[in-house]
Unconditional design. Structure first.
Length: 393
C-alpha cells in the first residue's frame, strides 16, 4: 500500500473511532474524558493527515496520526468497558475494551518524539539518533510489559477495576511489573528532558525562520507542560469536591492541545512542508460548494414559490445557473483564499500580470529578455534560467 493509502487508513481509523467515541462517552457518563480526547486528538489527526499526505517521508505526520488513534481508540474501549464493569450492562467483549484502554498514556508519550524531531523530522547528530533509539527501546519494553500485565489482569477472576474503569494492575503496578514500569519511566523521563534541552539549545543557536518555528514549538510545549502539571495537581487534590476536581483536571488536560496547534501554525505560517496549496484548494472548493448550494436552493425557491414554475423546470434552470456560476465563482474565491493561505501563488500571479502589462509597451528586445528571465526566476524559482532568441531572418 502506498503512503497516501496508509494516511487514508490511519485517518479513517481515527475518524471512525471519534465517531464511536462521542455517543459512548455520553452513554457511559464519561463526557469529560471524551471531551479531553476530542480536544487533543482532533488537531493531531488534522495536522498528521496533512503532513503525511504532503511529506510521507517525514515522521511527524505519521506520529500525529498514531497519537490521534491512541487517544480515540482507548477512549472508545474504556467507555465500552465502563458500561460493563462499572455500570453493569453486561456488553459483549468488554475485556477487549479494557485491553486497549491502556494505550492512552503511551500515545501521549509520543509527543516527546514530536518535540525532538521538529521541524524537519531529521536528527543530524549521531548522539541524538542513538538517544532516540534508547528511548524507543525503553518505550517498547514498557509497552510489552503493559501488554503482559494486562493479559494477566484479564485472566484473573474477578477482573479488578478502579473507579475510573481502568485495570487496578496497571494503574497501581506491583511486583515485577512495578520494577519494569518504574525503570522504563525513569529512562524515558531522563531522555525526554534531554530532548527538550536539545531543542532549547537549537533555538538559541538558530536565526531567521528556523528561530520563529522553534518559538512556536516552545510556546506550545510550555502550555502543554503547564497543563500536564496542573492535571496531575488537580487529580491528587483533596480540597475540593470530586466533581469540581474532575472538571478542573479535564480543563488542564486541554493544554496538551497547544502542542499540535502550535506546530500546525508553524507549518501553515512558514510553509515548512509546502502544504499551503492543499489548504487553499480545500478552503476554496468548500466555500464554492457552500455558495453554489445556497444559490441553487435560493433559485429553486424563487422559481417554484415566486415564479410558480413546475418543479422539474425549476430544478433544471437552477442546475444550469449553478453550473454557469461555478468557474467564475471558483476563480474569484481562489484568488481571495490564495491571498491569505497561498501567498506564493498569489504573488506569482501578480508578477506575471505586471509583466504582461509591461510587455504591451516594450520595444527593446534586450529589456524584454532581462525582464522575462527575472519574472521566471521570481515565479518558478528554477536552478538555472537561459533564454535563446532566434536571430532575424
Amino acid at each position: 500500500m502506498s503512503s497516501k493509502g496508509w494516511s487514508v487508513v490511519l485517518g479513517g481509523i481515527a475518524a471512525a473511532s471519534l465517531a464511536g467515541m462521542i455517543p459512548l462517552s455520553v452513554f457511559a457518563h464519561l463526557v469529560g474524558a471524551g471531551v479531553v480526547a476530542l480536544v487533543i486528538g482532533v488537531p493531531c489527526a488534522a495536522i498528521g493527515f496533512l503532513v503525511a499526505r504532503r511529506q510521507p517521508r517525514n515522521p511527524l505526520g505519521w506520529l500525529f496520526l498514531v497519537i490521534a488513534c491512541c487517544l480515540f481508540i482507548p477512549t472508545v474501549g474504556g467507555d465500552y468497558a465502563y458500561l460493563d464493569y462499572r455500570l453493569g450492562h453486561h456488553v459483549p467483549f468488554a475485556a477487549a475494551g479494557l485491553a486497549v484502554d491502556q494505550l492512552w498514556s503511551e500515545g501521549l508519550a509520543l509527543f516527546i518524539v514530536v518535540i525532538l524531531l521538529f521541524p524537519d523530522g531529521r536528527l543530524p547528530s549521531r548522539f541524538w539518533r542513538w538517544a532516540l533509539r534508547v528511548w524507543c527501546a525503553a518505550f517498547a519494553v514498557l509497552l510489552i510489559a503493559s501488554v503482559a500485565a494486562t493479559a494477566g489482569a484479564l485472566a484473573a477472576h474477578p477482573i479488578r477495576t478502579d473507579t475510573s474503569g481502568g485495570l487496578v494492575a496497571l494503574d497501581s503496578p506491583a511486583g515485577w511489573f512495578a520494577v519494569v514500569y518504574h525503570g522504563c519511566l525513569l529512562v524515558i523521563f531522563v531522555l525526554s528532558v534531554g530532548f527538550i534541552g536539545r531543542q532549547v539549545l537549537s533555538w538559541r543557536r538558530s536565526s531567521g525562520e528556523r528561530r520563529q518555528q522553534l518559538k512556536w514549538l516552545a510556546s506550545g510545549a510550555a502550555v502543554s507542560m503547564a497543563g500536564l502539571v496542573l492535571a496531575v495537581i488537580f487529580a491528587s487534590s483533596s480540597g475540593t469536591s470530586a466533581n469540581v476536581s474532575q472538571w478542573l483536571e479535564n480543563l488542564a488536560w486541554f493544554g496538551l492541545a497547544a502542542l499540535p496547534v502550535s506546530i500546525g501554525v508553524a507549518i501553515l505560517r512558514y510553509r515548512l512542508y509546502d502544504i499551503d496549496r492543499i489548504i487553499s484548494r480545500t478552503l476554496a472548493y468548500a466555500l464554492v460548494t457552500g455558495l453554489l448550494v445556497g444559490v441553487f436552493a435560493g433559485l429553486v425557491l424563487l422559481t417554484t414559490d415566486v415564479l410558480s414554475l413546475s418543479s422539474p423546470v425549476a430544478v433544471a434552470a437552477s442546475t444550469l445557473a449553478a453550473a454557469a456560476l461555478f468557474n467564475p465563482l471558483r476563480q474569484r474565491v481562489q484568488r481571495v483564499v490564495d491571498r491569505r493561505f497561498n501567498r506564493t501563488r498569489y504573488n506569482a500571479d501578480r508578477t506575471v500580470a505586471a509583466f504582461a502589462a509591461r510587455l504591451k509597451d516594450a520595444v527593446d528586445v534586450t529589456a524584454v529578455r532581462d525582464d522575462l528571465t527575472t519574472v521566471v526566476q521570481q515565479t518558478l524559482e528554477p536552478a538555472h534560467v537561459s533564454l535563446w532568441i532566434s536571430p532575424p531572418a
